[in-house]
Design a binder for this molecule. Structure first.
Ligand SMILES: [Fe+2]
Length: 229
C-alpha cells in the first residue's frame, strides 16, 4: 500500500493520544475499483429508514441516555444496495491491523461476529439531527465519510475521560470530516457524539464499520432490536 513507516508511527501515536486516527483519501488506498461517493450515498439513502428515538439509561439499552435522530441502513441493506462495500469493510480491518497496529500492538482487530451491526449507513439531515454522547460496545470503529461534514461535527473526548459534563467540556475536540476520510476510533474509551445539526440545508453521511479485538467480542443482548427497530 506504499505507506511509510513514519505515517504508521504517526497514526498509531495519534490514535493512542487522542483516541482517533484520521486517514484522508481513503478509498484508493485499499480499493482498486472506481467509485463515486455521491452515487454510493444516493443508493444507500434509498434503502435507509428514518429513526428518531431515545436509547440507553431508563429507555433501555447500553450506556447513558442518548438521542438518535438520523436515517440508518444495516449491513444487509447496505451490501444489497452496494455489494462492494463488504470488500471495503473487510479491507479496512486489514488496513487497521497492518497500518495502524503493525508491529506496535499485540491486539488483533477482527470482523464483527454480529452481522447485522457490522456495517451501518448513517445519514443526518435537518436541524437537530444527531447521535448523542456514547461509547461503543465494540472495541474499534471505522467511520468512512461519504460527504463532507461542515455541520454536525464529530465531537470527542480524550481516551478514558469521564462522561461529558461541565467539568471536562473544555477537553472536547471537534472534527469536521471531509468525504473519503476514514476515522478510526477507540470504541470503549472515547466518548463521542454527532453534534446536533444547526443548518437546515446541510447533509452529512457516513458508514460505520464495527470491529472487535480478538478476545473482546461481547455485545449486549438485544442491542440491535433497541437500536434498529
Ligand atoms: Fe459511535
Amino acid at each position: 500500500m506504499g505507506t511509510s513507516r513514519e505515517l504508521i508511527t504517526g497514526q498509531y501515536k495519534e490514535f493512542i493520544e487522542t483516541g482517533i486516527s484520521i486517514v484522508d483519501g481513503y478509498w484508493s488506498r485499499v480499493m482498486d475499483w472506481p467509485y463515486d461517493l455521491q452515487i454510493i450515498h444516493q443508493q444507500l439513502f434509498q434503502v435507509s429508514q428514518a429513526r428518531s428515538k431515545i436509547v440507553g439509561g431508563a429507555a433501555g439499552g447500553h450506556g447513558p441516555m442518548r438521542e438518535f435522530k438520523d436515517r440508518v441502513a444495516n449491513t444487509e441493506a447496505v451490501i444489497k444496495a452496494v455489494p462492494k462495500l463488504w470488500e471495503l469493510y473487510v479491507k479496512t480491518a486489514f488496513y487497521i491491523n497492518e497500518i495502524v497496529f503493525a508491529h506496535q500492538s499485540p491486539e488483533k482487530v477482527i470482523l464483527s461476529p454480529d452481522l447485522e451491526s457490522a456495517i451501518t449507513f448513517k445519514h443526518y439531515q435537518g436541524i437537530g439531527s444527531t447521535h448523542g454522547w456514547h461509547l461503543e460496545t465494540n472495541g474499534i470503529t471505522g467511520l468512512y465519510y461519504l460527504t463532507n461534514c461542515d455541520d454536525g461535527p464529530l465531537e470527542y473526548l480524550p481516551p478514558d475521560s469521564d462522561y461529558p459534563s461541565e467539568a471536562n467540556i473544555n477537553d472536547v475536540r471537534r472534527y469536521y470530516s471531509r468525504k473519503d476520510n476514514l476515522v478510526i476510533l477507540k470504541g470503549h474509551n472515547v466518548w463521542h457524539q454527532v453534534r446536533p445539526m444547526t443548518d437546515p440545508n446541510s447533509i452529512r453521511a457516513c458508514l460505520v464499520f464495527n470491529y472487535y479485538f480478538e478476545g473482546d467480542t461481547s455485545r449486549p443482548e438485544g442491542l440491535n432490536e433497541i437500536h434498529y427497530q
